[in-house]
Write a protein that binds this ligand. Structure first.
Ligand SMILES: *Cc1c(COP(=O)(O)O)cnc(C)c1O
Length: 375
C-alpha cells in the first residue's frame, strides 16, 4: 500500500468550530477563536504575547520589522533552512550571514556565531531543525554580550522544549508555523511569540496594517489611524477555528507522532550499527515533538538510489533544504562566514522518511530501506 511522505491529521472537531465561527458572524481576524488560540499559546509556552499570523513567513517578516532591520544590517543564521528565514530580513534590506551547522543536530553551530559578528550585526536567527532545540543558552549569552536580538525560527518546534522551556519562548521573539506539513496545522498559518514586552505594542500595530486598531477595539484610543509601517498579517476566524481544534489536541498529536518516531528509531538501530546510516541525535537537554524522522546516508549517490528504490515500492521519502548560500538569490542577497562544509555535505545525505499521525507501517518502511541499502 502506498505510503505518502506526509498526511495531514484532522482531530475531527475542525468543522464544528468552523461552523461555530460561521454562526458567530465574525469572520475577520481577532475574534473569539483567535483569542482562544492566543491564550493557549501564551499559557503553553510562557510567551508574554502570542499573535496568530497567516504563516510563519509572516511572523518572521513581523519580527524583522520589530527588530528594526535597516538596509545593510546583518543577521546570522544557518544556510540549511527554509527560504523564509532569510527572505524576511532581505525584504527589509538586511543581509543574511550564513554559518555552518552542527553535524549532530543539523542546527546552527553556536561556536561559529561569535566570529561572524561585525559592527553591522543586528540579530541571530536559530532554526530548531526537526523540532530539536539549538544550543540556546550559548546563543542567548552571545547575544547579550554583543547586544543582539535573537529571533527563533521555531516553525517546526511547537510542543518541543529546551531545558524545560518551550521553543520560541527563549529568544526575544519566536515564530511558529501551522502549515499543513507541520505537527499542528491550519492549512496555512503561524504565530509570533513575543518574549520581551518592549515589542508588544508595536507588534499589534505592525500586524494591523500599521494602525492602532487593536488599542481602539480595547477602548484605549477614541479613533484609529495610521501610526507606523505594517501590513495585514492576521488570519481570519475560519482559520483560527480550525487551528483551535488542533491546539486542543496538540499533546495527543505529539504523543502519536512520538510513537511513530520511536518505532523508526528502534527499527533502524541495526542499520546504524552496520554503518549504513546515522539516526537523529537528541541531547538530554531537549524534549522533541517528533516533527521529522530523518536518516543520514553515506553519500548522495546512495540517497538517489534509495529514493528511487523506495518509490518503486510506493514509499515516498524526500530530501530537504537546498542550502541557501549558493542558491541564485542567496548569491545575490547574502554572504557566508567560514566554511559551510557540514551544510553542503549533510544536505546531500539527508533522507526524511514518511511520518504522520496514524502511520502504522513503520516496520514496512524499515524493511524496504534495509532492502534498498543492501543492494
Ligand atoms: C515551514 C517552515 C517555515 C515557513 O512556514 P510557513 O508557515 O509555511 O510560512 C519557515 N522556517 C522553517 C524552518 C520551516 O520549517
Amino acid at each position: 500500500m502506498k505510503i505518502p511522505f506526509n498526511k495531514p491529521y484532522m482531530t475531527g472537531k475542525e468543522l464544528f468550530y468552523i461552523a461555530e465561527a460561521h454562526f458567530n458572524n465574525m469572520l475577520a481576524g481577532d475574534g473569539p477563536f483567535t483569542k482562544k488560540c492566543h491564550t493557549w499559546l501564551e499559557q503553553k509556552t510562557g510567551a508574554k504575547k502570542a499573535l496568530l499570523t497567516h504563516s510563519c513567513t509572516a511572523a518572521l517578516e513581523m519580527a524583522a520589522i520589530l527588530a528594526d532591520i535597516q538596509p545593510g544590517d546583518e543577521v546570522i543564521m544557518p544556510s540549511y533552512t527554509f527560504v523564509s528565514t532569510a527572505n524576511a530580513f532581505v525584504l527589509r534590506g538586511g543581509i543574511p550571514v550564513f554559518v555552518d551547522i552542527r553535524p549532530d543536530t543539523l542546527n546552527i553551530d553556536e561556536t561559529l556565531i561569535e566570529a561572524a559578528i561585525t559592527p553591522r550585526t543586528k540579530a541571530i536567527v536559530p532554526v530548531h531543525y526537526a523540532g530539536v532545540a539549538c544550543e540556546m543558552d550559548t546563543i542567548m549569552d552571545i547575544a547579550s554580550r554583543h547586544n543582539l536580538l535573537v529571533i527563533e525560527d521555531a516553525a517546526q518546534g511547537i510542543m518541543s522544549t529546551y531545558k524545560g522551556r518551550a521553543l520560541g519562548s527563549i529568544g526575544h521573539m519566536g515564530c511558529y508555523s501551522f502549515h499543513e506539513t507541520k505537527n499542528v496545522i491550519s492549512g496555512e498559518g503561524g504565530a509570533l511569540l513575543i518574549n520581551d514586552e518592549c515589542f508588544i505594542a508595536r507588534a499589534e500595530i505592525v500586524r494591523e496594517k500599521g494602525t492602532n486598531r487593536s488599542q481602539f477595539f480595547r477602548g484605549q484610543v477614541d479613533k484609529y489611524t495610521w501610526v507606523d509601517v505594517g501590513s495585514s498579517y492576521l488570519p481570519g476566524e475560519v482559520i483560527a477555528a480550525f487551528l483551535w481544534a488542533q491546539l486542543e489536541d496538540a499533546q495527543a498529536i505529539t504523543n502519536k507522532r512520538l510513537d511513530v518516531w520511536q518505532k523508526y528509531h528502534e527499527g533502524l538501530e541495526k542499520l546504524e550499527l552496520q554503518g549504513l546510516l546515522r539516526r537523529p541525535i537528541i541531547s538530554d537537554d531537549c524534549s522533541h515533538n517528533a516533527h521529522m524522522y530523518y536518516v543520514l546516508l553515506n553519500s548522495l549517490a546512495e540517497r538517489t538510489h534509495v529514493i528511487e528504490n523506495l518509490r518503486s515500492r510506493e514509499i515516498y521519502p524526500v530530501f530537504h533544504y537546498v542550502p541557501l548560500h549558493n542558491s541564485p538569490a542567496g548569491l545575490k542577497y547574502s554572504r557566508f562566514h567560514g566554511s559551510l562544509k557540514h551544510t553542503e555535505d549533510l544536505a546531500n545525505r539527508i533522507l526524511r522518511l514518511p511520518m504522520w499521525v496514524g502511520m502504522d507501517n513503520v516496520a514496512g518502511v524499515v524493511a524496504s530501506l534495509t532492502g534498498a541499502l543492501n543492494n
